[in-house]
Write a new protein. Structure first.
Length: 370
């Protein structure tokens, strides 16, 4: 199957083999060696000298860890949201008792750094900012460096969901002053679901020592202590650690600069192909369009599910639908991790056949609509 959703991604044979290796004691030198290698390589790709901890759980678990380890009930937090995953970050903080001030942008918009500045200037009681680097639900990448610059002006804690960006789209954790960054193994890492990662700056550790939200499984202090022995506080997803190790080996061989360039190239090719078919991107400004996922409006009057089910049944291609308020209105093409030009050409070629069949007359050779 050509699995083209924004995680989980297809896996290279080397990773599938690694995942099938026999179990070892997770409190052994052998495990410590693998985890230490994985963490060192992850730090390289996050471009950080901060602590980086491997957690067992999906990306949302790391988002929850980011919140409960740095905030207290009653803290006022600015949640910048351009879509479903930004909303989720806000919801997690609210669930644990933060007073969430929402700064929300419409579908396909990026977060405007000036609006972040205005929000922070208006409310000096805000203590932290939550922001999504790459909003997977709309296919938009936020100008994180600029947003971080604004947050640094106000010296607030900056907590970043980099789940679908880090490893595929360059992020400079230390240079940009990002305090907490999280990612998940099934996105750009050529690995299966089951692990997440979290970085903690000095400022984040200072917040940790004050934070009063309840935490146990996600306590990053326990994870840091264990990591000093190459261990984890609880039984980790050992097979996924093997697989992530193998995925990182492949990414390192390719070189992260080349990995980012490959994602940029494939995303540009996908967007061009979509526009050539007469379809419209959800991203309102193409310079903010994501390099890991392309979100596309279903043509007026066409059921997007019909497009996806025909692709699945006749071409063995699996795309993602919309989330939240975009359900039924958009479809999304994942192009992250183990992905090549041929994988995306197959999607574009199949769409060219399928669109006229579901009633879209503007497709392809028939002439694009403006
Ligand atoms: C996938 C994703 C998540 C959720 O991760 P899970 O692993 O499904 O819990 C959160 N944020 C972003 C930006 C994502 O792409």
């Amino acid at each position: 199957m050509n699995l083209r959703v924004p995680g989980p991604t297809p896996l290279p044979p080397e990773v599938l083999q690694a995942e099938a290796k026999p179990m070892i004691n997770h409190r052994s030198k052998d495990f410590a060696q693998i985890q230490n290698r994985v963490v060192a390589r992850l730090k390289e790709s996050f471009q950080t000298a901060n602590d980086l901890l491997l957690l067992t759980g999906s990306g949302t678990g790391a988002m929850e860890a980011a919140v409960v380890n740095t905030l207290s009930p009653g803290d006022r937090v600015l949640a910048v949201s351009i879509g479903n995953f930004g909303d989720r970050f806000a919801d997690i903080a609210a669930t644990f008792g933060a007073e969430v001030v929402r700064l929300t942008f419409g579908p396909g918009e990026h977060a405007d750094p000036d609006a972040v500045r205005t929000a922070l200037a208006q409310d000096p009681t805000l203590t932290a900012v939550l922001v999504t680097h790459n909003e997977t639900s709309t296919g938009v990448t936020n100008p994180l460096e600029d947003i971080a610059g604004v947050v640094r002006e106000f010296d607030k804690l900056l907590i970043v969901d980099g789940i679908s960006s880090v490893g595929s789209i360059e992020i400079k954790t230390d240079a940009w002053g990002l305090d907490v960054v999280v990612s998940g193994s099934q996105k750009g890492w050529m690995a299966p679901p089951g692990l997440s990662m979290i970085t903690m700056s000095e400022r984040a550790w200072a917040a940790y020592r004050q934070a009063q939200m309840p935490r146990f499984y996600w306590d990053v202090g326990k994870a840091k202590k264990s990591l000093e022995r190459g261990e984890t506080p609880w039984t980790p997803a050992v097979s996924v650690v093997y697989a992530l190790d193998a995925g990182l080996e492949l990414l390192s061989q390719e070189g992260f600069a080349n990995v980012y360039a490959r994602h940029a190239r494939l995303a540009a090719m996908t967007r061009q192909g979509i526009k050539d078919l007469g379809l419209k991107l959800v991203a309102q400004e193409e310079r903010y369009a994501s390099n890991t996922v392309t979100a596309v409006w279903a043509p007026e009057g066409i059921e997007e599910r019909a497009i996806r089910s025909t692709l699945r049944q006749e071409f063995d291609i699996e795309l993602a639908g919309g989330q939240g308020e975009l359900t039924g209105k958009i479809f999304r093409i994942g192009h992250l991790g183990y992905v090549s030009e041929a994988d995306l050409q197959a999607v574009l070629d199949a769409l060219r056949v399928v669109l006229p069949r579901v009633g879209f007359s503007g497709a392809g050779a028939a002439g694009a609509r403006g």
